[in-house]
Ligand binder design. Structure first.
Ligand code: HEM
Length: 497
């Protein structure tokens, strides 16, 4: 009898607490969400996204303004689409917005627990960023690896030279991907991961693209967590298999290195994997899982972004032959026709640098940055960004905003010649690498590699579109994932004049 009374008391207490909580919740003023389209019951605004969310969200921002909110299933998504709002989120309130919104599929292989791109801003993330900055991206490290870049760009030009002799087209995206992959794999493991056969490059590129596609695709599970176990679009299943393939490959390379170290065979000069293995021995903060996932981050984040930057810029140049002529003339006068370009030449090539900025304005490789969230309600411009909302910065929309850029859809590198605007995260009208504490750590490397590859291609050959295509016929459509790629690969034939 006494225990029954006790249970009744407990149930009564639970009911009272629940009632009290719901009264408190309902007495809390409802947050003033940014404006946005009216949501449909249950699905909310999901149908508005389409298969190119950067474009559909840019269209919606024209109607609802530079900060808007959508309801996707059970989630609130806040999208910012102007330089002022991007500054607010990425700089002024950087800390509040620095946690990533983790897509459900990213939990596969524990990637969310080990990846520098997805970990919250805390000790493990700091250790990994520190390891990256000190061992790959510091000024000294980047200077020290300049010969490697010279050699890999030379190999790119040799490949184009072979295509030139055979009169066949170069697939610019794949060729630039191979260069980026081998640059990174030599930095980390001292090997060429892309072997001389084009097939292996294409397979690896396809794998990285599948990761970008699956991780970027709107996933119903993110908006209806109850669907977690069902995985209706199969996104988690496929991402698990793609991550598994790369982690297995990386794991094998790490094992080989551990074996050599076990035999006392150390390298004369440590590469990144050696340094990371030393860090594991000295520092309890990171372990082998972190290293495997860090390598996955480096190959996923550093290859496709760099190669598609080169491909888009080359496509824009071929579409506007007068800009290609200007770029060739600048390099010819400064360096000499056909001569190899060195990294130290790039500051003397303002038009080439303007081309890279202009291309990244029109085709930012990561159009919505990586998604963020807030851990408590945050006020922005009088609106509430509610706790747990997904926050997207539409860099693609900012780059094409007519109130920011004159003739926003035209490719006009000249606009940057007298404009003190840079891509390093200080000028919020041009932030292809993001900004604030989560800014891309690979920025310093990318801003050397992209103009180097592009300038070398331009200075070594003349180019014409494959199949006698006219410049104005070039298809500039894109396909969306975390990164955007050219939907139709750019194929161009090099020739010597
Ligand atoms: C043109 C080339 C590149 C572009 C446009 C680019 C762009 C970006 C962007 C937009 C972000 C998200 C920033 C944010 O949320 O604010 C990012 C993050 C990141 N990028 Fe890059 N990236 C490039 C090259 C590279 C390279 C070469 C590497 C490494 C080898 C790299 C490694 C990373 C990593 C690890 C992150 C996650 C950082 C974090 O969350 O703390 N990226 N990148």
């Amino acid at each position: 009898m006494e225990s029954l009374i006790l249970i009744l008391y407990i149930l009564l207490a639970i009911t009272l607490v629940r009632t009290l909580l719901s009264i408190l919740r309902s007495s809390k003023p409802s947050p003033r969400l940014p404006p946005g389209p009216v949501p449909l019951p249950v699905i909310g605004n999901l149908l508005k996204l389409g298969d190119k969310p950067h474009k559909s969200l840019a269209k919606l921002a024209k109607l609802y303004g530079p900060i808007m909110s959508l309801k996707l299933g059970r989630k609130i998504v806040v999208v910012v689409s102007s330089p002022a709002l991007a500054r607010e989120v990425l700089q002024k309130q950087d800390l509040a917005f620095s946690t990533r919104f983790i897509p459900n599929a990213i939990h596969t292989h524990g990637h969310n627990k080990y990846s520098v791109a997805w970990l919250p801003v805390a000790d493990q993330w700091r250790s990994l960023r520190k390891a990256l900055n000190a061992n790959i991206f510091s000024g000294n490290r980047i200077d020290a690896s300049k010969n490697l870049r010279r050699q890999k760009v030379q190999e790119l030009i040799e490949h184009a030279g072979k295509c030139c002799r055979e009169g066949v087209a170069v697939d610019i995206g794949t060729a630039a991907f191979k260069t980026s992959l081998n640059l990174l794999s030599n930095t980390v493991f001292s090997i060429d991961m892309a072997d001389p056969t084009q097939d292996s490059v294409q397979q690896f590129r396809h794998l990285i693209w599948q990761i970008m596609l699956e991780a970027g695709k709107p996933n119903l599970v993110d908006y209806f967590p109850i669907l977690d176990k069902i995985d209706p679009q199969g996104i988690t299943r496929r991402l698990k298999s793609h991550f598994g393939d790369i982690i297995q490959l990386i794991g094998r390379l790490i094992d080989e290195r551990l074996e050599l170290r076990g035999l006392g065979m150390t390298r004369a000069e440590s590469d990144v994997i050696d340094i990371l293995l030393n860090i594991i021995e000295e520092n309890g903060e990171i372990n082998r899982n972190h290293i495997e996932h860090l390598c996955l981050d480096i190959f996923a984040a550093g290859t496709d972004t760099t190669s598609s930057s080169v491909e888009w810029a080359m496509a824009e140049l071929l579409r506007t032959p007068e800009t290609l002529e200007k770029a060739k003339a600048e390099i010819e006068q400064t360096i000499g026709k056909g001569k190899p370009i060195e990294e130290m030449d790039i500051p003397q090539l303002p038009y080439l640098q303007a081309i890279v900025k202009e291309s990244m304005r029109l085709h930012p490789p990561v159009p919505l940055l990586l998604p963020r969230t807030v851990e408590t309600d945050v006020e922005v411009y009088g609106y509430t960004v509610p706790q747990g909302a997904q926050v997207l910065v539409n860099v693609w929309a900012i780059g094409r905003d007519p109130s920011v850029w004159e003739n926003p859809t035209s490719f006009m590198p000249e606009r940057f010649l007298d404009l003190d605007v840079d891509v390093r995260g200080r000028d919020f009208e041009l932030i292809p690498f993001g900004a604030g504490r989560r800014i891309c750590p690979g920025l310093s490397l990318a801003i050397r590699v992209v103009p180097l590859m592009l300038g070398s291609l331009i200075n070594s050959f003349d180019w014409k579109l494959d199949g006698g295509m006219k410049p104005e016929e070039l298809d500039m459509d894109d396909k969306f994932g975390i990164t955007v790629q050219k939907a139709q690969p750019l194929r161009v034939v090099p020739f010597l004049v």
